[in-house]
Design a protein around this ligand. Structure first.
Ligand code: AMP
Length: 520
């Protein structure tokens, strides 16, 4: 592939680490290094009087200045604010994610020159609100986010590239089903994909946005802390800095246990020391329930795809936490095959994102893209209505989960009185009939229905998921063609002005006039 005018850049914005990759002059993906000379940037942000520091140096501050450190902000994406105050201030998770992205932008621009257009990856299981928040973080960081792509899909694209599916001979390749098991630092995703002649089709996806390596770390943290309490009567977790230090020790010990059968975790606090020794078996036992959750979800996803294990040609491992031997053992037992490690678990996602960026840039330039991606939605889309029997609010599913994207569905709402001028439709994502158990996307409000409509006039509301899982809505009076103006009022989302002012604050850049920052 000839070098595009814009470099094709993809970003794996991870819970614990982030990686940037671009396509080189020959079209091969290549990870870029940050200002410290590393390919992996810890997704950790320190905000103190001197300013904002992201990455390795921010990690160091976890032992001394934990109150000023934000880590795992990705887990809070989609919430209004990060779960704790940083230096006495509350921040939206988008802003914290944006600081990470801004560092990646500034550092990598040193190597490849200025660029704005990127693809950012998200867990397949991210809901619509989290997807929007990720795009917003990219915007705040000074990027023009061309698209977001699911992490397992990106990994499958990197795998397909490596296996020659995207090359000249890609046409002759047989279709095959692969299962991507992606266990990162903070999220878990499993996706069944069919790879064919230059085509990547997701058949089913499931996961847990609150399950990852961090939870395994916490089991070790709790073990050492309990030992400390037993011996010295104090709980080091109650001190934020000691807690930060203890986590670093335990995360390190966890990595050692992937390579060795036992590890000692020395920990000192207030002049007292413990040095518990933990074997791999003990560690696996401590975290068995976490692994069982991924086992259950994997089986369910295969079922949702309508396949059996003998239909799956490969089980692809993605995410740093798949280095734990227990993961490999579990998957081997489940699938009867040796899981595939042929893509780098840390870089595959960023590589796939860069390949997708290359595809989009080629499309923009009128060239024929080398491959196609087809996704499914990871959550059902619903609207809240009243149950005719109980009279209670109920979630009515409009687009069921695992529907091939893009997908559209329409619901008819009737006006309740003559000359009604507005309607309000509450939109959620989730599988439950109870609205309380679903994730609210927002309220679609139409304020200027045409005057003098009679009572019971049908109003059509059309919901459409784009390929990337983002939602658009159109509203019309049935029988007319004119789209009615509407607005999606989102609860946990920054509005246009807030986005632009965060953009100025974080990246120092002016608003991008042509970028659509909301779908309303
Ligand atoms: P990712 O978000 O894919 O970069 O995954 C990061 C997670 O992988 C973190 O929780 C790390 O602690 C974990 N991880 C990285 N290397 C290892 C290893 N050798 N053994 C166990 N976990 C690891």
């Amino acid at each position: 592939m000839k070098q595009a005018v814009h470099p094709a850049v993809g970003i794996d914005l991870g819970t614990t680490y982030s990686v940037v990759a671009r396509l080189d002059d020959t079209g091969r993906p290549q990870a870029l290094i940050n200002g410290e000379g590393d390919q992996w940037t810890p997704s950790v942000v320190l905000v103190d009087e001197e300013g904002v520091v992201v990455g390795k140096e921010a990690v160091k501050a976890m032992s001394t200045d934990m109150e000023a450190v934000a880590e795992c902000a990705k887990r809070d994406v989609g919430q209004r604010t990060y779960h704790k105050m940083i230096g006495g201030r509350q921040y939206p998770p988008e802003a914290l994610e944006a600081w990470i992205l801004n560092k990646l932008r500034v550092d990598t621009q040193q190597q490849i020159g200025e660029y704005q257009k990127v693809v950012i990856t998200v867990p397949a299981y991210f809901d619509e609100v989290r997807r929007k928040a990720t795009q917003d973080a990219g915007y705040i960081a000074g990027f023009d986010v061309m698209d977001i792509i699911n992490e397992p899909t990106a990994a499958a694209v990197a795998f397909g590239f490596q296996q020659g599916f995207l090359g000249q001979d890609g046409k002759d390749k047989q279709r095959r089903n692969i299962l991507v098991y992606d266990l990162g630092g903070g999220t878990f995703d499993v996706t069944v994909m069919q790879i064919g002649a230059r085509e990547f089709v997701a058949l089913a996806t499931d996961g847990d946005v609150q399950l990852g390596g961090r939870d395994w770390d916490q089991r070790l943290v709790d073990y050492v802390a309990e030992e400390f309490i037993r011996k010295h009567g104090v709980d080091p977790r109650e001190d934020a800095n000691a807690g930060g230090r203890l986590w670093r020790e335990c995360e390190d010990a966890k990595r050692t246990l992937s390579a060795r059968r036992r590890v000692k975790i020395p920990f000192e606090f207030q002049g007292n020391v413990v040095r518990p020794e933990i074997t791999r078996e003990q560690f696996e036992e401590m975290a068995q329930d976490l692994l069982d959750r991924t086992d259950f979800t994997t089986r369910q996803t295969l079922q949702a795809a309508g396949l059996q294990w003998n239909d799956i040609e490969r089980v692809l491992l993605v995410g740093g936490s798949t280095r734990m031997p227990a993961v490999v053992k579990m998957l081997k037992k489940l699938s009867g095959k040796d899981p595939d490690r042929s893509v780098s678990p840390d870089e595959a996602v960023a590589h796939g994102a860069a390949l997708h960026a290359g595809l989009l840039l080629a499309k923009h330039q009128g060239r024929t893209p080398k491959f196609r991606i087809k996704n499914v939605n990871s959550h059902s889309l619903g609207v809240i209505g009243n149950d005719p029997v109980t009279g209670r609010p109920r979630n009515g599913i409009v687009i069921p989960r695992n529907t091939a994207l893009p997908a559209a569905a329409q619901r008819i709402f009737k006006t309740q009185k003559a000359n009604q001028r507005s309607i309000l439709v509450e939109i959620v994502e989730g599988e439950s009939a109870s609205p309380a158990d679903c994730a609210p996307i927002g309220r679609c409000s139409v304020r200027d229905l045409p005057r003098n409509l009679p009572d019971q006039t049908p109003i059509a509301v059309r919901f459409r998921y784009l390929e990337n899982g983002r939602l658009t809505v159109t509203v019309k009076v049935v029988g007319t063609d004119r789209k009615l103006r509407h607005e999606i009022v989102r609860e946990n989302s920054l509005n246009h002005d807030q986005l632009n002012s965060w953009r100025r604050y974080v990246s120092g850049l002016p608003p991008l006039a042509e970028v659509v920052v909301d779908d309303a």
